[in-house]
Design a binder for this molecule. Sequence first.
Ligand code: DQA
Length: 150
Amino acid sequence: MADSRQNSSILVVHGPNLNMLGKREPEHYGSQTLDDINDALRAKAAGLGLEVSTFQSNHEGEIVEVIQDAVGQIQGLIINPAAYTHTSVAIRDAVLLLNVPTIEVHLSNIHKREPFRHRSFIADIATAQISGLGASGYLFALEALAQLIA
Ligand code: DQA
């Protein structure tokens, strides 16, 4: 029987090249590393009574697989598909399997950048998109999920 006192689980998925945060185009992506962002998410989650697991991959199929494995296991998804935002029908289809509130996060404002970044294969199936608020965007996404799944 499900234990209603159990913390809700949130999966955070980071796409390709986000492992290089801190070194990578700081004018777009800021100076925080991915570890900094994940640590901040875990700290915030503890205060919200949520459990967060984080995953980063440079490989589309691995991202699809981690999302498939989360089906029925999580209550919310935060995803920054990075470059796959603009190309991946496979990640879109995997997210559709989950059927949970989903927040798409981008550190930079993709709509202010090159035209090829304006299209997102996730935006119209996500609950919301946060784009351009830097690392704080992930924390706002967590707060939003806490409310959405309360
Ligand atoms: C990004 C924006 C994408 O266009 C880019 O390919 C990334 C990061 C962002 O967080 O701003 O890798 O998703």
